[in-house]
Design a binder for this molecule. Structure first.
Ligand code: R5P
Length: 281
């Protein structure tokens, strides 16, 4: 078995190869004069793990090319972050189901697909092969076992992320809740933890994705107004689109943790071991 990666998931690929105790294939990446992507893979194995997060269009094309280069191997495709997975509904005629389009395009070649905390499990049905999602809730929970935050309150930004937050918090037996919107008047909405009080607490907001940071920035400002001692965030996929990190710093967030499904300076939790366990199972 060998691991082969796009340019976008090299760190996780190396960690995964270490966890699987196998080699990483050396790949030369360049561009043709018209900017089309060229790649050439070194020695492949009969059993290949192709890994790459779909963080932008070039990352997607590199994955397609790697899958084609590995056509003679048995392939496990690992999509640590599957971009477009959130586009799984049509709001008006003429729109594509982008999640389906991406899944179908990546279904040519692999025997199976592994995703990490995919936004909605229903997207897995669009792959033409066996597809399985892994959650990093336990890894994120374990990270906070060693942190200086003594009695954290884990908050999901909405009902949808509540189970994930609960799974993270259960690692240390910490309290958990989700943010809830209460309409006070026609123009006034109060966002606060549904059951618990934020006042004086060290809060960790847990979400699958931080994209623009809009959800988190709004929650941070409100929790600070409600007397939270500190507001921190933990997510699996740190997309951080546009000026998300600066936006969050301005909103008063203390610290942000993400995983290496997208390689960032704050990627202090790795998906490598959970992925390796599923591959070896
Ligand atoms: C929403 O359902 C997701 O779980 C995230 O809360 C959302 O995608 C985050 O997006 P943004 O950072 O742009 O607010």
């Amino acid at each position: 078995m060998k691991v082969i990666s796009t340019e976008y998931s090299q760190i996780l690929a190396i960690r995964l190869a270490r966890a699987l105790d196998c080699g990483v294939v050396d790949v030369a990446f360049s561009r043709f004069p018209d900017r089309e992507i060229y790649l050439c893979a070194g020695d492949l194995d009969r059993e290949m793990v192709v890994i790459g997060s779909v963080v932008e269009s070039d990352a997607f094309v590199q994955l397609l090319l790697l899958l084609d280069a590995c056509e003679e191997s048995r392939i496990t495709l690992v999509l640590p972050y599957m971009g477009y997975a959130r586009q799984d509904r049509r709001f008006k005629p003429g729109e594509p189901l982008s999640a389906r389009a991406v899944a179908q395009a990546l279904s040519h070649g692999p025997d199976r697909v592994i995703t990490i905390n995919i936004h909605d499990h229903s997207v897995l049905r669009h792959f033409a092969c066996k597809a399985q999602d892994i959650s990093l809730a336990e890894e994120i929970g374990r990270y906070f076992m060693g942190s200086s935050i003594v009695d954290p309150l884990f908050l999901a930004p909405d009902d949808g992320a509540a189970t994930f937050a609960k799974n993270v918090a259960s690692v240390g037996g910490w309290e958990t809740d989700h943010l809830d919107k209460t309409r006070i008047s026609g123009s006034e909405v109060r966002i606060a933890p549904k059951h618990l009080d934020a006042c004086g607490r060290e809060i960790i907001i847990v979400d699958d994705i931080i994209a623009t940071g809009g959800t988190l920035a709004a929650a941070t400002s409100l929790l600070k107004e409600q007397g939270a001692r500190s507001v921190n965030a933990a997510c699996v996929h740190g997309v951080f689109a546009g000026g998300a990190l600066a936006h969050l710093a301005a909103a008063g967030i203390t610290d942000i943790l993400s995983s290496d499904t997208i390689e960032r300076a704050c990627s202090r939790v790795s998906a490598a071991v959970p992925i390796a366990s599923v591959i070896r199972a």
